[in-house]
Design a protein around this ligand. Sequence first.
Ligand code: ZN
Length: 200
Amino acid sequence: MVNKDTKVVMFDSDEAAFLMTGISGWVSRHGRFMGDDERAARYDGCTHTRCEDCGEPVDRGRLICPKCNEARDVKRCAAMPKEEWNGEGMLYSDAADKYFSDWDEIESFLEDNDGTVESLRLIICVPQYLPLLCNDYGCDEMAEDGELPDAVIGAIEEFNTVIRKVGAVSWYPGKKAAIVPEQFHILPTLEKELKNGNTI
Ligand SMILES: [Zn+2]
């Protein structure tokens, strides 16, 4: 429908299109003109790029291939400072993207999955606690020299006691790798073989 506010550009008008001559530049596989930007044209037209580390083809949009990604993760974890785990918190497996709360869990995970304790790349987790209410609670609302009512002070103390008692509510991987206790230094699969009386 055409009314007086509609902008009309007719098919055969000079405004609808014009013939451009003398242009050159990079055109991607999909026919997109990128001018001088060869890189943009190639990126638009490609499906794969080269892995930054090994040069093998990787899906466009990824910087490195899964193999090199794993190698980087191994290197990063190996460079972490190590610490004996106190057994109370959680451990995070960088390799399996999984949290463990004790060695039994790790052992049964390894029974169901291939790998060794070392290959899990265990990281000691840091606990997260719920925030406590501070002494300055309500200071923006109170008069300058005003004091919180005793009942409120008591309630804050009670609240904080509950929160402290609750302890950690979540965990996140920290900056230290877990030292694996000595009994785990034997590979679980090797242990199984030995139990079965097989000679290695
Ligand atoms: Zn690679």
